[in-house]
Design a protein around this ligand. Sequence first.
Ligand code: DGY
Length: 325
Amino acid sequence: MKVFISRDIPAQGIELMRNEGLEVTVWKVDRPMTQPELIENAKQSDALLCVFSDKIDKLFLNECRHLKVIAQLAVGYDNIDIDEATRLRIPIGNTPDVLSEATADAAFLLMLAASRKAFHLHKSIIKGEWTFFRPKANLGIELRNKTLGIFGLGRIGTEMAKRCKGAYQMDVIYCSRSRNSSAEELLQARKVEFDELLSQSDVLSVHCSLNETTNGLFNKEAFHKMKRSAIFINTARGTIHNEKDLIDALSERIIWGAGLDVTNPEPMRPSNPLLSMENVAVLPHVGSATIEARNAMSRLSAENIIHGLRGEKLPNIVNPGIYNR
Ligand code: DGY
């Protein structure tokens, strides 16, 4: 059986699939595929391994309804029309857990970088602006005993909270759809309403999935409810915050700083004002970009494909409902 992979991925997963006797084709051109290219290649395959920027919408799914499995190399799957895939009985797999620590590390890094203006200071050295010691210049803020607010206390949010608790004894509050009792016990975390999360957090870190309720949630109104000294961190999806409102909130000093691994649009334009703000740190959506996490994601995606092509339940299934019918 044939597997098509829409982007070059670490070799471990490809080897697993070849050892299973599968014929694997990888899109090797160094640019994202267009949707017609994706459809054309998926039509000639039994399974698709895709990435979060591929558009797996109604059109794609109906054109490629023959696919026996789609495995996404990511934990997030907002690019996939899950309801339609479920209706067409196509199993969708993802890669949870293995990237939680790497993504939490990125959130922690952005928090520190924003709090100490690290990216801005790095750029200032390149510009020849490191001159002499000024006791009142380049001052950041410390994090010890501050309040960390987590929006979406799942696996990645919990890892971020563990880091902040361990390093700085931060108080943890969170806002999530459901209660996370184990994290509450482990971190003495307290579940709060959204408005309290906004008003109490010194650092507010977003770790939810993108859906209709979270799309654009961090907007002007939300930023205005935050502390003037707060740092906003987003390593989840760029459209969860309104970028124009964030730029305004930072330039009008409604909030203190921001750290972003995700932007809207991606890639961020080099002229984006956020890139020249002192208290802002931006990364190019690299939360899961460690050798360890990407190898594991490659293996997990391959396992989803292998199980799907054997007609077995995927180890990491996003739409388990297809098995109940
Ligand atoms: C994910 O897994 O959803 C990341 O954003 C991509 O690695």
